[in-house]
Design a protein around this ligand. Structure first.
Ligand SMILES: Cc1ncc(COP(=O)(O)O)c(C=O)c1O
Length: 341
């Protein structure tokens, strides 16, 4: 295996912490719940994309690129972290193609994009295909003008990006004691590169583990097919002779609610439970829904309560700041007149 020979640039401090969550575990009836704190990667507000971007940015540097392009929704954590990664490796231009609902305020991730000086191309309600076509057109135009663009597909979910989580599983294996070495690993699955990397990494470094993706966007079959292709591509890159079929992978698609990006009631309840037991800050688009999956499955008796569970906290807190409307009615708030006024 040549994982260590693939060029990688350091964008954060690793390993991320692995925290006990005893109060949340007790609520769910689990013997042991550990939280892999990938929300604590130090790049531009943190999150899972730091691991992927370590490989993707090394590739951009090797190709001497001078502008990075990527896409996502207006509250994309991936876009925000790509803007940060480009700055950190000294690539001064980052263009973000953001498709989704019209917005009238620059808040949450968008505000961080702005302060990092990213160039935003807003495409109202565009599909991923339309955004990726627009990026390809822009990249071609940039090349004609003598620039060297580096295009990162949505979520950074390519075989190269997914290596971040192959390496992440090796890191996790080193943190688990012997009695925890066959955990259930629960992770949000959006563009599925994180899940793909976890599946391959677990097969290589934690062979007793089971990886469960909780879909935040698409049907299980679609995500399993995408993830199998990414995991197989990653395995080839590191010279490992193993293959995944979609049927080898486990993705639950019962917790994404109405659709991607729209908060779910169960996700919001999960956010409150995690915040009020462990001070864990989740978000309505990814980690809240993933946690609602773990909670729902545990409450339905579908999780082996004696098996250690590792929840990968993939970040997203800046996105929570764009969803004030979901929680403001819970504020324990009153106005107090200052004495002597
Ligand atoms: C906070 C957070 N969690 C999870 C994910 C899902 O990762 P992936 O797109 O690799 O499935 C994302 C993707 O943007 C994210 O921002």
């Amino acid at each position: 295996m040549n994982l260590d020979n693939i060029p990688r640039v350091s964008l954060t401090h690793l390993p991320t912490p692995l925290d006990e969550a005893p109060r949340l575990a007790a609520k769910l009836g689990l013997r042991r719940l550990l939280i892999k704190r990938d929300d604590c990667t130090t790049l531009a507000g943190g999150g899972n994309k730091a691991r992927k971007l370590e490989y993707l940015m090394a590739d951009a540097l090797a190709k001497d690129c001078d502008v990075v392009l990527t896409d996502g929704g207006p509250q994309s954590n991936h876009a925000r972290m790509t803007a940060g990664a480009a700055r950190k490796v000294g690539i001064d231009r980052c263009m973000l193609f953001l498709g989704g609902p019209r917005f009238d305020r620059f808040y949450g991730n968008l505000l961080l994009d702005v302060v990092m000086g990213a160039e935003i191309r807003f495409m109202e309600d565009a599909t991923v295909k339309q955004m990726e076509d627009a990026m390809a057109d822009e990249a071609a135009a940039l090349k004609r003008r003598g620039s060297r663009p580096y295009v990162i597909p949505i979520g950074g979910s390519t075989p190269l990006g997914a290596l971040g989580y192959v390496q992440g599983m090796r890191e996790l294996a080193g943190q688990l004691c012997d009695e925890d070495k066959a955990p259930l690993i629960v992770v949000a699955a959006g563009s599925a590169g994180t899940f793909a990397g976890c599946a391959l990494g677990a097969r290589l470094f934690l062979p007793g583990a089971e990886v469960l993706g909780i879909s935040v966007a698409a049907k299980s079959k679609t995500l399993r097919e995408i993830a199998a292709a990414d995991a197989n591509g990653s395995a080839s890159l590191i010279g490992v002779d193993t293959r995944f079929d979609a049927d080898d992978l486990n993705v639950n698609d019962e917790y994404y609610g109405e659709r991607y990006g729209v908060p779910s009631e169960a996700g919001n309840r999960a956010i409150l439970m995690a915040a009020q037991t462990e001070a864990l800050i989740l978000d309505p688009v990814y980690t809240g829904k993933a946690m609602s999956g773990l909670i729902g499955l545990a409450q339905a008796g579908q999780v082996d309560v004696d098996r250690t569970v590792v929840f990968i906290h993939t970040g997203g807190a800046p996105g929570l700041m764009a969803f004030e409307d979901q929680f403001r009615n819970l504020a324990k708030f009153q106005t107090v007149e200052p004495r002597g006024r």
